[in-house]
Design a protein around this ligand. Structure first.
Ligand code: MTE
Length: 345
């Protein structure tokens, strides 16, 4: 994401046969526990297993803007299984192979814990996700500071299997667990003046050591137009792979907007503010020529420093074409009718 703070580099995967065997066993166990994720995850893992066995050491270069992280395949301790999660309805699931759970929880962007892809998994244990409250403010009839338990209680959880496309030209397929943001907003009764929804991440340098450095102006801020926020594809996630969201993925509550670049999907939310005027947002403030307010995935509108036409699915070697609105055009293109998407990137 950054403005060239780091040298371009190579991600090195060093995978030993025994590690793959252990991980396959663990994955089967997890899958049996959650009962949610599709068979494709297993297929993907098997593919990875064979690749790992054949190539004891392999090097893959990740294209684009970023980072020479030394990527050592590392397992994460599993979080608790989430009970009563409905399977993803067909309109809200892709049939593509799921990304490896270790990649989803081990290769992250969460600058509050450092700018390296492995930093969040290594450091986010310092985040305390209970007690946790979220302030709902601004243009709502019923504002309040709501404990997370009360915030979540009325919402049945469901799985949503979405593509995540990072602005850095990599992507994953993630089985989120969550509920529609729109259902939550309605409870607080938005007024007729509510045109935008602004979100803020926790600001606490003690829990989030990355905030001790001025890498970004803290807290991290994001926002959506009201119609984007109310769209049924937009969710608040509390889990992935049938389990409680790991801290590095934005526990206890993060936004997921699958047709937009990943930086819109703000993590560890403490404030939701409805307002009339368009809110300021972290990345579009930081580098307005590089990151727009809309941040809709668009293979024809390139980042000034790299192409957005293709992407690397983490876990695959070759790049694939990027889809307009990340493949969700049928559902959301109508939101942008008449809007010049080159100018409003
Ligand atoms: N939210 C906060 N608070 N801080 C961040 O640095 N990074 C964003 C987004 N949300 C970020 C954030 C970016 S650039 C991406 S691509 C996604 O989180 C990554 O989500 P993941 O790590 O769960 O894959």
């Amino acid at each position: 994401m950054s403005g060239g703070r780091k040298p371009a580099g190579r991600a090195i995967y060093t995978l030993r046969l025994e590690e793959w065997e252990t991980r396959m066993g663990r994955f089967r166990q997890e899958r049996a526990l959650s009962g949610l994720v599709s068979d494709e995850a297993l297929v993907l893992r098997r593919r990875e297993f064979l690749r790992g066995a054949a190539l004891a050491t392999a090097a893959a270069s990740i294209g684009g803007c970023f980072a020479g992280d030394e990527v050592e395949a590392a397992s994460q301790p599993a979080t608790a299984a989430l009970p009563n999660v409905r399977p993803a309805p067909p309109a809200f699931r892709t049939d593509e192979a799921l990304s490896d759970a270790d990649d989803v929880t081990g290769y992250n962007n969460f600058y509050e814990f450092g700018t390296g892809k492995r930093d969040p998994a290594a450091r986010a244990h310092t985040l305390r996700t209970r007690p946790w409250s979220v302030a709902i403010e601004g243009e709502v009839a019923k504002p309040g500071l709501v404990p997370i338990e009360d915030l979540l209680k009325p919402h049945p959880l469901e799985e949503r299997i979405y593509r995540l496309r990072c602005v850095e030209a990599w992507s994953m397929v993630i089985p989120w667990v969550g509920f529609p943001l729109g259902a939550l907003l309605e409870r607080f009764e938005p007024t007729s003046r509510a045109r935008f929804v602004a979100f803020e991440t926790l600001h606490d340098p003690e829990q989030m050591p990355g905030q001790r450095r001025r890498v970004l102006p803290w807290p991290y801020r994001e926002a959506l137009r009201m119609d984007e926020a109310m769209h049924p594809l937009t969710i608040l996630a509390v889990g992935l792979y049938g389990r409680v969201l790991p801290n590095q993925n934005g526990a206890p509550l993060r936004l997921v907007v699958p047709w937009k670049y990943g930086f819109k999907s703000i993590k560890s939310i403490v404030k939701i503010r409805l307002q009339q005027r368009r809110p300021r947002t972290t990345w579009s403030d930081e580098a307005p020529r590089e990151y727009g307010f809309y941040a809709n995935v668009n293979p024809q509108v390139h980042h000034p420093r790299w192409s957005q036409a293709r992407e690397r699915r983490i876990g695959e070697w070759s790049k694939r074409p990027t889809l307009f609105l990340n493949g969700y055009a049928e559902q959301v293109a109508s939101l942008y009718k008449g809007l010049n998407l080159r100018r409003n990137f």
